[in-house]
Design a protein around this ligand. Structure first.
Ligand SMILES: NC(=O)c1ccc[n+]([C@@H]2O[C@H](COP(=O)([O-])OP(=O)(O)OC[C@H]3O[C@@H](n4cnc5c(N)ncnc54)[C@H](O)[C@@H]3O)[C@@H](O)[C@H]2O)c1
Length: 345
């Protein structure tokens, strides 16, 4: 098997914390041949673990040197770099969120369709063992028809105080587009990817804009804070399913929570931890998983699925059409909060 030549574009936190350690584990399958960052020193540092990759600050110098790229820049650049890579004949694993808007996500999806190259978005919660197990149970009919999804992705006073996470121009939003997006993707996938038809949403920034707030993840300047830190939403789908959604970087709650629960017509499944409840044989039964297959490292599983798709061995694990739907929900939640009205899709 020929090794895949990989380029890293945007060599900051997630590239160094997740993708590079994973790529070092997969050196039998792939080698990093190019690293690009607008900060040359960051690119150089990120490349030191590999045998002499090409280091550049110019995205377009990467494409002729690689088969695939991992895009981990701020959100503003996801769409333009993805489309340029696809059009240059390069496969793309792009970090989440897919883009800043559904319009951009649509253009990325169209570019993938046109070029026939792989485009996968880094919604890695799908790659968690519990999520895969829940999907297996739902697809096997263990909860009947999925009807109601409940999601809570809450952090207690943990607004990211580093990087550009609170910069609207570069990120497009805050807790929703950064953290909640993972759970929108997860819930949509577990519900069977129904079409959203109506969205009501509300965003908040009050806490982070008040002076003197306690924040566990560094300093946040309340004067320049310009994104959401807490978001709630209600989504209705074409098949009658609904999603109750809440996410926050800075909730006033006792502890952080990552919760996703799907109620179906005959049972339900909860994630993190995985539990199934069923009505069967005149009984109400609860089961927990003693062991589920898969990797403990969703970043590793995600990269393996990406490589399999690039080699044509498996369908794209997080297909762009799903991530486009997630982006439409993000847009609609933000729009509903501004207008105060329900948004029809
Ligand atoms: N999957 C996850 O759970 C997860 C976690 C963290 C971040 N992310 C995503 O990864 C992306 C990057 O986040 P991060 O935490 O690594 O941020 P970061 O600020 O640590 O790193 C971003 C890097 O991109 C570089 N950069 C900026 N513009 C560029 C451009 N036009 N071309 C090339 N390089 C450019 C910056 O110099 C920086 O080194 C974001 O989209 C974020 O949403 C995903």
């Amino acid at each position: 098997m020929e090794k895949l030549r990989i380029g890293i574009i945007g060599a900051g936190g997630i590239a160094q914390g997740r993708h590079i350690p994973v790529l070092l584990q997969l050196q039998q399958e792939a080698e990093v041949t190019a690293v690009c960052d607008v900060n040359e020193e960051t690119a150089r540092q990120a490349g030191v673990s590999f045998s002499r990759p090409y280091v550049t600050t110019h995205v377009h110098e990467v494409f002729s040197r690689v088969d695939a790229v991992i895009i981990s820049t701020p959100n503003k650049f996801h769409s333009q770099i993805t489309i340029a890579a696809l059009e240059a004949g390069v496969h793309v694993l792009c970090e989440k969120p897919m883009a800043m808007s559904a319009g951009e996500a649509q253009a990325m999806t169209a570019a993938a369709d046109k070029t026939g190259k792989t485009l996968m978005i880094g919604y890695h919660y799908r790659s968690m063992r519990e999520a895969q197990a829940a999907k297996t149970l739902i697809d096997a009919g263990e909860i009947g028809t999925p009807m109601v999804a409940r999601v809570q992705a809450l952090r207690r006073r943990k607004v990211p105080g580093w990087g550009v996470f609170t910069n609207k121009e570069l990120q497009g939003g805050g807790s929703l587009i950064d953290f909640g997006c993972h759970f929108l993707d997860l819930a949509l996938w577990l519900l069977g990817s129904p079409e959203p038809v109506e969205v009501v949403g509300q965003t908040y920034d009050r806490l982070s804009r008040m002076p003197g707030q306690i924040n566990q993840w560094g300093d946040v300047d309340q004067e320049s804070f310009e994104v959401d830190d807490h978001v709630t939403a209600y989504v209705r789908f074409d098949n009658g399913a609904t999603l109750l959604f809440e996410t926050s970087w800075a909730a006033n709650v006792k502890e952080d929570k990552e919760y996703c629960s799907i109620s179906g017509s005959t049972g339900g499944v909860d994630l993190f931890p995985l539990e199934v409840n069923q009505a069967k044989h005149g009984m109400l039964l609860d089961s927990t998983a003693n062991w589920v297959p898969g990797s403990d490292d969703p970043g590793l599983f995600q990269m393996q699925r990406f490589f399999a798709a690039v080699r044509g061995e498996a369908p794209v694990y997080v297909p762009p059409i799903d991530s486009l739907k997630t982006q439409q929900l993000i847009d609609a939640i933000y729009e509903s909060s501004v207008t105060g009205e329900a948004v029809r899709l």
